[in-house]
Write a protein that binds this ligand. Structure first.
Ligand SMILES: *Cc1c(COP(=O)(O)O)cnc(C)c1O
Length: 332
């Protein structure tokens, strides 16, 4: 089991999440079931909010990258915790607004935004657009002009850094569908067209790590934010540049550790001299990340959580795709 303060085993040998019996939850609501520990979500949001206020220039703030968990309740919590929302579609903006979010606190990100969605966000009064390309900048400019709006924008640039992660989640290198590259001069061209002044906001995006297994290191988010503050102060002084407000877009680091998916085991298949499959009543439909890029997870048997995890199995879903797995070599 992951070493997290909100996970425990009760007297019946059942997993508890934030003190609530996981087996009872599965019985009451059915499976597959996403369970989110609200206290933990609020705690992470508060950590970003407070630490950024303390260690970064004024105006700095976190935006919850809502693709990590986009539903009305999450937006309601984010609003109450005073953090913004990063959205990547009209649907997400609509969901945020219907949960009472103010459009001012919404940033519309993502590549390949259709005109109808740009128009929807401009008219709704989205606080910020994350501009993904030169052509998109022109489209947003035209749309804002037609609607008599002066739209605030962030410009997404790719710094040309290879982050050495799985290629499906790389975003910083020049060869990337997101943003305009600094190396090719296209980022500077975008800056020239959009900015006649000193940039007042530097948005560092998301991507702060999350441990998914017991072997992976935990991250001290407050320390990361402090080191950003120190580095920023140092570089701004060296470049004689006014320190910009820092935006961050944490997604998984807000919700991942707080979230557990409950499934019901439907079948166990032992294939001699091969492997053991444990088949559950969900799969890539509710968790596509293993199928997309082999994201690793920790699994355990919720109604026997106190027993040692000594069987290595392949956890598979019920979709008619052989790639519909939730994990391989998982100890349960
Ligand atoms: C996915 C995404 C993030 C968040 O990434 P995490 O790894 O979940 O923190 C932030 N900003 C944008 C635009 C994204 O698409």
């Amino acid at each position: 089991m992951l070493n997290q303060p909100n996970l425990a085993v009760n007297q019946a040998g059942h997993l508890t999440i934030g003190g609530v019996d996981a087996v009872a939850l599965a019985e009451e609501y059915g499976t597959p079931l996403y369970v989110l520990d609200e206290d933990m979500v609020r705690g992470q949001m508060a950590l970003y909010r407070e630490e950024m206020k303390k260690s970064l220039p004024s105006g700095s703030r976190p935006y919850f990258a809502s693709k990590a968990m986009s539903c009305k309740e999450m937006y309601r919590i984010a609003k109450e915790e005073g953090i913004g929302a990063d959205t990547v579609s009209m649907g997400e903006i609509y969901t945020a607004l219907s949960a009472g979010f103010s459009t001012e606190d919404v940033c519309f990100h993502g590549c390949a935004k259709p005109w109808a969605e740009i128009e929807y966000a401009v008219k709704a009064g989205a606080g910020l657009f994350g501009v993904d390309s030169l052509e998109e900048l022109a489209r947003i400019d035209r749309c804002a002009g037609e609607n008599g709006v002066c739209q605030r924008v962030l410009l997404r640039v790719t710094p040309g850094i290879d982050p050495h992660t799985f290629s499906a989640v790389d975003t910083g290198q020049v060869d990337c569908k997101f943003g305009e590259a600094i190396q090719t001069g296209q980022a500077m061209e975008m800056v020239r067209r959009a900015l006649g002044y000193t940039a007042g906001i530097l948005d560092l995006g998301g991507g702060l790590g999350v441990p998914y297994t017991a072997e992976e290191p935990t991250v001290d988010y407050a320390a990361v934010i402090r080191s950003v503050g120190e580095h920023l102060a140092c570089r701004c002084q060296a470049l004689d540049y006014p320190p910009p407000a820092i935006f961050m877009e944490p997604g998984r680091s807000i919700v991942a550790a707080a979230g557990v998916t409950l499934y019901t085991v439907q079948d166990v298949k032992s294939i001699p001299d091969c492997r053991d499959y444990v088949l559950v009543d969900g799969g890539m439909t509710d968790n596509p990340r293993y199928a997309l890029y082999q994201a690793r997870y920790t699994a355990l048997i919720a109604n026997r959580a106190g027993e040692p995890a000594d069987c290595s199995v392949t956890l598979a879903g019920r979709c008619c795709e052989s790639g519909d797995l939730i994990g391989e070599n998982m100890l349960m």
